[in-house]
Design a protein around this ligand. Structure first.
Ligand code: 6PG
Length: 470
């Protein structure tokens, strides 16, 4: 290196931090990583591509000194207190104008607080969502930056270089003010929860409803991934059914406990949606189903009392087609809810989130990438301020084409007793959303009846109260 200073620094050399940094090095940037754990600094250097400039250090001050000014550095440490701890140890070492990025799954309110705190010290702080897991981090993640636009300009070339590409367009763009990057990532994860829940419902309907074995499930999901349901999550689902168990003669998926874990980002999406408020029932259901999955003993006891689901009375071939359509429908509805949430949050929290850019950034590299994102990209090209993608004519055409089969699946699953809360919530959201006059006038009447909460009339302006049943 000519001046022996490094272009970019990383704090935290876990799997994600290491792979992102190596990705930068692979794109010609000189990089330096810090971790207290010397085995991780060693692992960083030994995993570097020959010919790239990669250094690992176990002392934070050394790393900061070795960075080109203004410094550009990212931390990838667990969300919460560890991020504040890193900021506290960094502050005495930084100079005005330096750019500090939090690339983890931090809550956007923490990011907001940190942006303000560091702004007072003339340090640019950015919250950036990174999606794509371990492999994506090394070969091309989807990157969701938000915050200070001047700071973004300084790191843009690096982020564009390392991001996934779709038709040569990098899957990274400036996604709004203050905590917008982490907000968009949070909603991404909410949608991720919803789609994963829906796929698991399709699995139970095909496995227990139609008696498909793992080989057949692999075939079905593999063929779905070649059609309109093409997506990362459907693709890995097909792979999962093929995975042999190295401890028994069977398949690994059958040996995995049905208690689902979570780190909280799905729950944050639901919590914040309630706060706004905006309705995301399929995300809420996905969170609730992971919670119910933990009630193992109670579920086993309840199964003894209430029995198994009844049979599904259609041919396997027809059922597979109907479940395909229901999954397509409910997946669109999951995106619709998440994107509507971003639309509302952008306005309500003054984040100026550009939805046309969000769907473009999600087209590649991230966990919820799918061919549907191309459809949504076109929808936002027609109307950049679309409040809900269900109002787009192209999306409406797709939804209508699978509506009947979705109703059929939900009806049959309900009759037989299969747990399909995700599908049901998507259909319920849809049916409420397409209803010009809901029955909520009655709720308003009830509220006024017992609590004098007042109501509005449809034929004249003003606020009214009635002495009911006098
Ligand atoms: C991604 C993922 C990633 C991670 C989530 C999973 O976009 O790469 O969303 O952030 O896998 O933390 O969350 P749960 O552990 O809550 O399922």
């Amino acid at each position: 290196m000519a001046n022996s200073l490094y272009d970019f620094g990383m704090i935290g050399l876990g799997v994600m931090g290491r792979n992102l940094l190596l990705n930068m090095a692979d794109h010609g940037f000189s990089v330096i990583g810090f971790d207290k754990d010397a085995t991780k600094t060693g692992a960083l250097e030994s995993a570097a591509t020959p010919g790239t400039t990669v250094k690992g250090v176990a002392d934070l001050a050394t790393m900061v000194q070795l960075l080109e000014r203004p410094r550009k550095l990212m931390m990838l440490v667990p969300a919460g207190q560890p991020v504040d701890d890193v900021i506290a140890s960094l502050l005495p070492l930084l100079e005005p104008g330096d750019v500090v990025i939090d690339g983890g799954n931090s809550h956007y309110t923490d990011t907001l607080r940190r942006v303000k705190y560091l702004r007072e010290k003339n340090i640019h702080f950015m919250g950036i969502g990174v999606s794509g897991g371990e492999k994506g981090a090394r070969t091309g993640p989807s990157i969701m930056p938000g915050g200070d636009q001047d700071a973004y300009a300084k790191v843009k070339p690096m982020l564009e270089a390392i991001a996934a590409k779709v038709n040569d367009t990098p899957c990274v763009a400036y996604l709004g003010k203050e905590g917008a990057g982490h907000y968009v990532k949070m909603v991404h994860n909410g949608i991720e929860y919803a789609i994963m829940q829906l796929i698991s419902e399709a699995y139970t309907l095909l496995q227990k409803g139609a008696g498909l074995n793992n080989d057949q499930l692999h075939e079905v999901f593999d063929s779905w991934n070649k059609g309109s349901l093409q997506s990362f999550l459907v693709e890995i689902t097909a792979d999962i059914f093929n995975q042999k168990d190295d401890k028994t003669a069977g398949r690994l998926v059958d040996m995995i406990s049905d208690k689902a874990g979570s780190k909280g980002t799905g729950k944050w999406t639901s919590q914040d949606a309630m706060e706004l408020p905006v309705a995301v029932p399929t995300i809420d259901m996905a969170v609730a189903m992971r919670t119910i999955s933990a009630y193992k003993d109670q579920r086993v006891a309840a199964e003894e009392i209430y029995g198994d689901p009844a049979a599904i009375h259609v041919t396997a071939e027809m059922w597979i087609k109907q479940v395909h359509d229901a999954l397509y429908f409910a997946t669109i509805l999951s995106y619709a809810q998440g994107l509507a949430m971003l639309h509302e949050a952008s306005r309500e929290l003054q984040m100026d989130i550009p939805l046309p850019e969000v769907v473009k950034v999600w087209r590649g590299g991230c966990i919820i990438r799918s061919s549907l994102l191309e459809v949504f990209t076109q929808a936002y090209q027609q109307n950049t301020d679309l409040a809900n993608i269900l109002l787009d004519k192209g999306v409406a055409y797709l939804v209508k084409s699978v509506e009947a089969n979705t109703r059929s699946v939900v009806a049959q699953a309900a009759t037989a007793g299969f747990p399909v809360a995700g599908f049901m919530s998507a259909l319920s959201y849809f049916d409420a959303f397409r209803t010009g006059r809901m029955a909520t006038n009655l709720i308003q009447a009830q509220r006024d009846y017992f609590g004098a909460h007042t109501y509005q009339r449809i034929d004249m302006p003003g606020t009214f109260h009635t002495e009911w049943n006098q």
